[in-house]
Design a protein around this ligand. Structure first.
Ligand code: 5GP
Ligand code: ZN
Length: 113
């Protein structure tokens, strides 16, 4: 998707601070961090949102969460962290390429806004 900012980040057309990468997933620091650690995990394949995932994405989705856990360990988030997926307009999604936020390094509040 040429007009998708996260596809362009996945294709390295737009630079990002990469913290994890494998054949299917890229993780990079959020440009507007909301916590001391704020990392975004995206599939390299364009998927618009969690609502667009299918059964064939089972392995990819599992690998994304395992990548989150790995980065959380690497970043020393042993006291806990939050994993967020904003899905759709009412979910607060602003970039229409599936992504998971890892937020950590401070105490989180509940409920979210
Ligand atoms: P959403 O609101 O869709 O769940 O999250 C989109 C996230 O992408 C936001 O936290 C925003 O700061 C981040 N973001 C948007 N554009 C860029 C960019 O060009 N580079 C990086 N690293 N993050 C971005
Ligand atoms: Zn995309």
């Amino acid at each position: 998707m040429a007009d998708c900012i996260f596809c362009r980040i996945a294709g390295k057309e737009i630079p990002s601070q990469v913290v994890y990468e494998d054949d299917a997933i890229l993780a990079f620091n959020d440009i507007n961090p909301q916590a001391p650690v704020h990392v975004l995990f995206i599939p390299k394949e364009h998927i618009a949102s969690l609502a667009e995932t299918e059964d064939r994405h089972r392995d990819l989705l599992g690998r994304m969460l395992l990548a989150v856990r790995r980065v959380a360990e690497d970043r020393g988030l042993g006291q806990g962290y939050r994993v967020v997926n904003n899905c759709g307009s009412q979910g607060g999604q602003t970039v229409n390429h599936l992504h998971v936020h890892l937020l950590g390094g401070r105490s989180m509040q509940w409920p979210p806004g």
